[in-house]
Design a protein around this ligand. Sequence first.
Ligand SMILES: Cc1cc2nc3c(=O)[nH]c(=O)nc-3n(C[C@H](O)[C@H](O)[C@H](O)COP(=O)(O)O)c2cc1C
Length: 345
Amino acid sequence: MSVMPRTSTTPQTPAPLSRRFSVAPMMDWTTPHFRYLARILSRHTLLYTEMVTTGALIHGDTERFLRHDPAEYPLALQLGGSDAGELAHCAKLAEQFGFDEVNLNVGCPSDRVQNNMIGACLMGHPDKVAEGVAAMIEATELPVTVKHRIGIDGRESWEDLCEFIETVSAAGCRTFIVHARIAILEGLSPKENRDIPPLKYDWVYRLKQAYPDLEIIINGGIKTFDECHEHLRHTDGVMLGREAYHNPWLLAGVDPVFFGEGAPVQSRHEALRTMLPFIERELERGVYLTHMSRHLLGLFHGMPGGRQFRRYISENAHKPGAGIEVIETALGKVREPEAPAIAEA
Ligand SMILES: Cc1cc2nc3c(=O)[nH]c(=O)nc-3n(C[C@H](O)[C@H](O)[C@H](O)COP(=O)(O)O)c2cc1C
C-alpha cells in the first residue's frame, strides 16, 4: 500500500496543527474537493474528512477512502467505529497516510450507525469509547480526539456528561470537540438532530471550567466571527460546519482574524482561479465535474451575480464532457471586485 508523501504539491508549507478554528466533518460535503477549496482560503483552519467507518476502511477500498491531496494539511481523519482493535488498525492507517489527527465520531445519530455501535449511541457506553481511544493512542503517535454531543436521550444529565469526559480522558484523550446539543436517538432524523435539540453553549463553557487541562472545542450553530470571539473567551477553539460550507468565503478571514497572518487570497475570483489547475488534474483522472463543482456553489454567496454563477454551474456541469470551461464561464458571470474583498471580522 502506498503511503502519502508529506510534501505539498503547492508552494505553501502546511501550517502547524491548531484547533482554534476548524471546519466540521460533514458526510458528502467535506470531500477532498471542498477541502482543497477551503485550504486555498485559509492556511490555518483545521480540516476534517467525512466520517469513514472502520469497517469500510478495513474491508473496502482503503486507498480511495483515505485519498487526499497533501495541500489539504493540516487535516484530521474522522473514524466511525467502536471495536478497539479495528480503531487501532485504522489509527495506524491514518498515520501512514499522512493525516495530522485521528478523531472518533461519538455524535452521529443515524439509525444505520446506531445498529453498528457507531456514533452518538456510544455516549451511553463511555467504557467502550475509552477502550477504543486507549487502543488508538497505543497504535499511533497522532493526537487522538473525540467529537461528541452533550448527551443522548436517557443520558442527558450534567453528571452523565462528566462521567463520559472523565472516563474517556482517563484513557488518554486530551481534546474533546463538543456539539453543544444532545442527540435524540429515538424519533428524530440526523438532520432534525442538528437543529431541534436546543443548543446549550453554557454546558460546553462549564466543561472547560471543570476540566481546564483538557482542550475543549465548541461546535453547533456558530455563524459569525463575533460569535467565534465570544466562544473563544470560554473554550479553546471553534468548529463551524454548515456556515463554512454554505459560505466558504468566510474562511478567507480566518488567518487574519484568528492567526494574525495575511489572507492567502484576496478575492473569490482569485480563489477559484487558484483551484482551476487542481480541477483540471481531477478531470483528467476521470472525476466528473459535478463532483467538484457542487462544492463551489457557495463561494459567491450573497454577491451580485452569485445566483447566475450557481445557476450556470447547476445547468451545465452535469452535461456529458463538461470541463473547466463551465467554471470559467460561470466565473465570468460575477464581476471581479476592484479592491481586495477579504471576509469581514
Ligand atoms: C451534511 C452533514 C453531514 C455531517 N456529517 C458528519 C460526520 O460525518 N461526522 C460528524 O461528526 N458530524 C457530521 N455532521 C455534523 C457536523 O459535524 C456538526 O457537528 C453539525 O453540523 C453542527 O455544526 P454546525 O451547526 O456548525 O453545522 C454533519 C453535518 C451535516 C450538515
